[in-house]
Structures are given as C-alpha cells and as structure tokens.
Design a protein around this ligand. Structure first.
Ligand SMILES: C[S@@+](CC[C@H](N)C(=O)[O-])C[C@H]1O[C@@H](n2cnc3c(N)ncnc32)[C@H](O)[C@@H]1O
Length: 205
C-alpha cells in the first residue's frame, strides 16, 4: 500500500511538472511562434526516434540545437557517456531555465548560430553528433543557412546530424547539403514529425 502510494505521488509530481512545462512552452509559442515552432514539447515517441539514431557509446562531443524545455536533453543526459561534452543551445531564456542539468559535461548556451565560436573557445575541434529541433522552415532564411553551414563545418566526417521537422519542405535543402539522408515518420507527436538522419558533406568535407 505504502509503496503504491509512493509511486502514485511520484507520478503525480511528474505529471504536474509536465503540465507546468507545457504551459510555459505554449506561452513562449504565443509570444514568438516563428522562433518556437510548435505548441507543445516533443512526445517521448519522437524523442526516442531521434535519439535512437545515435550510437551514444561513440559520442564524446555532441550539440543539441533548440532544446526548449529540455525533453531531449534529459534523455541525452541518461544516454551520454560520463566523459562526454554536451553543448545545449536554447535561445529563449525562460525555456533555458527549465532545461536542468544532471551531467558533468553539460553546458547551456543561447543562439545556435554561435556554435563554431563556442567550440573554438572550448577547444573542441569536431562533434560526433548534432541533434536539432530547430524550426528551420519558419526561422529567417539567413539564420537557417548560417546554422546549417555551422552544422556542416563542425560535424566530424561520418558522424550524424539528426533533425526533425513537421513538413517535408527542408528535405531538398538537406539533400543539397548531405550525401546520405534517411527519413522516418513519427505519427504520435503534435504535430506528427519527419525525422531526417543526415551524413556526409556534399561540399567534399
Ligand atoms: C520546436 S521547439 C523544440 C523544443 C524541444 N527540443 C522539443 O523537442 O520539445 C524549437 C526550439 O528552438 C529554439 N530556437 C529557435 N531558434 C533558435 C536559435 N537560433 N538558437 C537556439 N535555439 C533556438 C526555440 O526557442 C524553441 O525552444
């Protein structure tokens, strides 16, 4: 009885924190729809579909772009090696405050456009994986181009860039930049999402 009550209490607390998280996210979406790009945080199905594309045992340096309230970040923290460096970018300070920590190598930053400068400051040459939740189709086109240039400049050869999108608009852009693209679809998410797994720099890098 006591054990079940404890479990129920834990589930209640988790639900309450998810509801609070969802409300903050929705409020930020209303304030800046073209920056936030969706009304609620990603589902556990989408989180798994994205993070399962990475072989976490091989990852020493990883960047997460557009962390929101940290739904992916919390799973990355659970999967990452203890000696890994996790560079997590979220431009909205209110959302950034909800991300939390839990890994000795996790560092929080703002604008994903600063990725190359930040890596230089940290003495990191290349990344073994990059995860993106950025709403590329609604961001200013120059920002999208700068961030994708930064992704290609910083990703180690053979490593994976995983991005989800709510439409297929970015598919041609990804195909023009990356040699190998695999697409999957996750219906249980609001809205349903396409996951793009990208490897190999078409620029010859
Ligand atoms: C669709 S939400 C995804 C949030 C979270 N990863 C999830 O899956 O629920 C996209 C996030 O990208 C952030 N964002 C937009 N432009 C950004 C930029 N230039 N640098 C860092 N984060 C950015 C937004 O503030 C928003 O939190």
């Amino acid at each position: 009885m006591g054990k079940h009550y404890g479990q129920l209490q834990r589930q209640g607390r988790l639900l309450k924190s998810r509801i609070t998280e969802g409300m903050v996210f929705l409020r930020r979406f209303v304030g800046a729809p073209r920056q936030v790009g969706s009304i609620i945080p990603s589902s556990p199905y989408l989180t798994r579909a994205v993070l399962d594309k990475i072989d976490w045992d091989q990852v020493r340096n990883v960047a997460e772009l557009g962390a929101g309230t940290g739904v992916f970040t919390r799973s990355i923290v659970r999967r990452a090696r203890p000696d890994a460096k996790l560079l997590v970018f979220e431009i909205d300070p209110d959302l950034q405050r909800m991300i939390g920590g839990g890994h000795p190598g996790l560092k929080l930053y703002g604008d994903a456009q600063k990725l190359p400068e930040i890596m230089k400051d940290l003495g990191i040459d290349k990344l073994d994986a990059i995860i993106s939740s950025l709403p590329f189709t609604v961001l200013p086109p120059a920002m999208t181009a700068r961030i994708l240039d930064a992704v290609q400049d910083t990703l180690a050869p053979g490593s994976t860039f995983v991005a989800y999108q709510y439409s297929k608009i970015m598919k041609a852009h990804f195909e023009s930049r990356f040699a190998e693209i695999r697409t999957s679809f996750v219906p249980i998410n609001v809205p349903p999402a396409f996951v793009y797994e990208c490897r190999g720099d078409r620029r010859g890098g």
